[in-house]
Structures are given as C-alpha cells and as structure tokens.
Ligand binder design. Structure first.
Ligand code: AMP
Ligand code: ZN
Length: 472
C-alpha cells in the first residue's frame, strides 16, 4: 500500500500523489508568537513533523515551510478587534516586535527540544509585507477585492468555490452573520486583506494609507506561494484553521494565480486537557515549561502528543504522561534488547530465527503509517517486536535486522533513546551486584537485591550468558 491521506477538501482518504514526482511542497500553519506555544499548538506542529519525516522515509524530497505569525492575527480569528501581538505588547509594555522575537525564539527552542526537524524556512509575516501588497493589488485589479477607505476586502461572491473546504455556504454565512459586522463590507463573509488603524502598533505605509497592516489569511498565501510556488502539495494546520483561515487562503490564492492552491489539506484534531478544552481560567494551558517542571523529559511529551491518530481527539493528563514515560522505557528496552540479542545475549540459537517476526513488524509499521499516518498501528508493531525479543525468539541476524528497522522507525517517530551508554546504569549495577552475590553464594544478599529490583518493577531472567532484565 502506498501513502494515503485524508483530504479535508474532498472529505476522502486519497492516494498521495505530489505534482512533481518524488518532490513534496508542504506548508504548515505555524504559531502566532504573542505567547509561548501551548501543548495543543505543539500537537499540530508535531503532526507536521511526523508527516514530513514519514514523507522523507518514503523517499520524497520535502520542501517544507512553517510560518511564524507576528502581526495581523486578530483575537477570535475575526476582522475586527485587537491584534494578539498588540494586546501582548500593551500588557508587557514593550514593542510588539520584541514580543514577537521573544516568543519566536521560545518557539524555536521548544520545537527543537521536542525533536522537530527544522523546515527549510520559518518565514515571518512582517518580512513578507511587500509580497502581500503585490497580491492585494492584483486581486483589486482582477475585481476580486475592493477598497473601502484605507481598508481592502476580498469579495467572496467573486469566488464561486468559497466554502468548498469547510462546507460553509455563502448564503448561510450571510444569514448567520453577527449584527455588529461592519457595514463597510459588501458581504458579511468578505474578509480583510489590508486594514488601517492608527492605534495599531505595527503599521506600514502603502498607497492605501499610512497606518496599514495585513490580514492574517493573506500572510499565509504570500509566504506559501512566495517560498513554495503557486501549487502546494500539502497544507496543514489545526482543525480550527479550516474556517475561516484556510478557506480564505484558498479563495485569495486561487483568485490570484488561477491555479489550485493545495492538493491535500490535512488538519490535526484539537488536543484536550483533562477531557475538556484548555482554558486560562482552569489553569491548564500547559506549555513545555510545565512539562519539564514536573520532571518529564520533552520526549515524553513528544510521545504523548504523537501517539494517537492525528484526526482523533487526544486527551492530555499527567497520568497519561506517566503512562507515556513507562511506554517509552519499554521502547528503549526494545532497542537495548535487540542490541544485546544481536550480540548473542538472550538470542534464539538459529541466527535467522524470528526473521519473519521482524519482517512482519516492519510491514505493519509501514502499513500503519501509509494509512493516513496511523501512528497507533505503527507503535503496536514496535511493541509486538519487543514481545518477540523479550521471549528470546530472535536469533542474532534477525535481531540485527530488527535493530536496523527500529532505527528507521525512530527516524520517523523520534522517541526512542538509542544512545550507546546505558540510561539504566543504576539498575545494571544492581543486577551486576546480584550476579556477584550469587557467584559468591551469598544467597541472602542476592535475594535482597532481587526484591529491591522487583520493587522497581524489574523482572530478572537468569541465562547461561548471564542475567538479563526487563520491565514488568
Ligand atoms: P496559533 O498560535 O493560535 O496561530 O496556533 C498555531 C497552531 O496550533 C494552529 O495550526 C492551530 O490550529 C493549532 N492549535 C491551536 N490549539 C490547538 C489544540 N488545542 N490542539 C491542536 N492544535 C491546536
Ligand atoms: Zn496560516
């Protein structure tokens, strides 16, 4: 089976075929840098990272761009209201660009700690204002946009496919429009391409006026097309981006270029915390800082956020984090035991023994990932292989192949600790002390050490080659 992905645009799982053979152009909606990214945002970014890694593992050259929004994202994703960056700048009494720089740096540090492979570019909206104005001029010229005073709006009625992505219909949007919608728009669903507001902290001079700034949607069109060309293969975001953000991106991009903007639209479902929405009032808008303060390694968060299917709701609790930590220890152990078995320790006598189990695991992993990035299936393949190696079913050659497969799998998931040095030096030392006590026939000490290890959840297996252990 080749890669199939669920396309929000067609509402179907489709065979993935990029426009150019072997090459993928992918744009991911990135963070708005007015505060530190929360774990929900991180779920979206990690989804994009796993997708990119799987595309690369499948042999594609991936041109990936993730933007950084540092202006124009109005609270509530609306056209009217305050810019998130302005609100933060006023709150912290510093320049909005300083806010943007601070949180952009924090974002880069957070995703690096989570093992995210850097895309080709992390463009910032404020560095692409000219490209946005160029598109706006062209849209005006083609009759897709209109100017009211110093503002410019996109005319949704000029784009018949408006609503195709989200399933909204222009008529329904009109009926459901809020009363306070500014009358300067011709249609309530029209959206701002360029806005003017003397009170806005970041503003650019243009032929429309002195105090302008771009709409959030035009930013992503300009950065995506500017860096990847007019026709993308994949565009991603969180489910809240479907409407209005991505719907508006399609309308303005396609009206400008006359070409289909993105072939596959992929959206990650929202992360929930303790079964509900994250909210400031509940104090559960967690960031990576909260995770590390509670003693969890960032890779435990990575595992927690990628372990579910990206289109399924995912819940976050501290208990789940503890379970993830235990699961990761088991995966680390899979790797360690494969290494040992490849050297003969705990291996089945025939070198090829269990080779078919390794093959089946790799097959299951690939099938899972090819099926719209089904990470739970891919993980189950790894846990299945762990059972086989713990049972001593793999010979040295099979174990070597298993090791190579787990390396490849981990190149995609990036959660297993494959370092040579033993992360469990303490447990190894206790196991060794027990072996020494047994050799010296000090049964009392050897029993005491076995009990201590058991209390830590360690199961011992004595074999002619020595004692090996695993977690219960
Ligand atoms: P923002 O910083 O608000 O522009 O959001 C950055 C990305 O995070 C966007 O793609 C959002 O769709 C996504 N996002 C926001 N909240 C969540 C959540 N709870 N779960 C998953 N993704 C989210
Ligand atoms: Zn975007």
């Amino acid at each position: 089976m080749a890669l199939h992905v669920y396309n929000t645009l067609t509402r179907e799982k489709e065979l993935f075929e990029p426009r150019e053979e072997g090459v993928v152009r992918m744009y991911n909606c990135g963070p708005t840098v007015y505060s530190r990214a929360h774990i929900g945002n991180l779920r979206s970014f990690l989804f994009a990272d796993v997708l990119r890694r799987w595309l690369e593992a499948s042999g594609y050259t991936v041109h990936q761009v993730m933007n950084i929004t540092d202006v124009g994202h109005i609270q509530g994703d609306e056209d009217e209201g305050e810019d998130k960056l302005d609100v933060a700048a006023r709150r912290e009494k510093i320049d909005p660009l300083e806010i943007a720089n601070r949180y952009a740096e924090q974002f880069l540090a957070d995703v690096a700690a989570l093992g995210v492979r850097a895309p080709e570019a992390y463009p910032r909206a404020t560095e692409h204002i000219e490209g946005m104005l160029e598109i706006i001029e062209a849209l005006l010229e083609k009759g897709h946009a209109y100017q009211v005073g110093e503002d410019v709006y996109f005319d949704v009625t000029s784009f018949p496919r408006y609503g195709a992505l989200s399933g909204n219909r222009i008529e329904d949007l009109e009926a459901g429009a809020r009363i306070e919608v500014r009358s300067e728009k011709r249609h309530p669903a029209d959206f701002a391409l360029w806005k003017s507001d003397p009170k806005h902290l970041m503003k650019w001079k243009s032929r429309f006026g002195e105090h302008g700034f771009p709409g959030w949607h035009i930013e992503c069109s300009a950065m995506a097309i500017g860096l990847l060309g007019p026709e993308l293969d994949i565009h991603t975001g969180g489910e809240d981006n479907v409407f209005p953000h991505h719907e508006c991106e399609i309308a303005q991009s396609e009206s400008w270029t006359g070409k289909p903007f993105a072939r596959y639209w992929m959206h990650a479902k929202f992360l929930q915390v303790e079964g509900g929405k994250m909210s400031k009032s509940l104090g559960n808008v967690y960031t990576l800082a909260d995770v590390t303060e509670r003693g969890f390694d960032p890779r435990v968060l990575r595992y927690t956020l990628i372990r579910g299917h990206y289109r399924q709701p995912l819940n976050f609790t501290w208990e789940i984090m503890a379970e993830s930590r235990a699961a990761l220890e088991k995966l680390d152990e899979l790797y360690r035991r494969l290494r040992m078995a490849s050297e003969g320790k705990g291996a089945s006598p025939g070198p090829e023994d269990g080779a078919e189990l390794v093959e089946a695991a790799e097959e299951r992993f690939r099938e899972g990932m090819d099926d719209d990035l089904n990470v739970p299936i891919a993980l189950s393949a790894l846990f299945g292989l762990r059972d086989a190696v713990l049972a001593g079913s793999l010979g040295t050659v099979a174990a070597e192949r298993g090791l190579a497969f787990v390396d490849r799998a981990n190149d995609v998931l990036a959660v297993i600790d494959t370092a040579e040095e033993q992360p469990d030096a303490e447990i190894d030392a206790l196991v060794k002390a027990r072996e020494d006590a047994r050799a010296a026939k000090d049964w009392a000490e050897s029993d005491r050490l076995r009990d201590e290890l058991a209390a830590r959840g360690i199961v011992l297996q004595d074999s002619p080659q020595g004692t090996i252990w695993h977690r219960a």
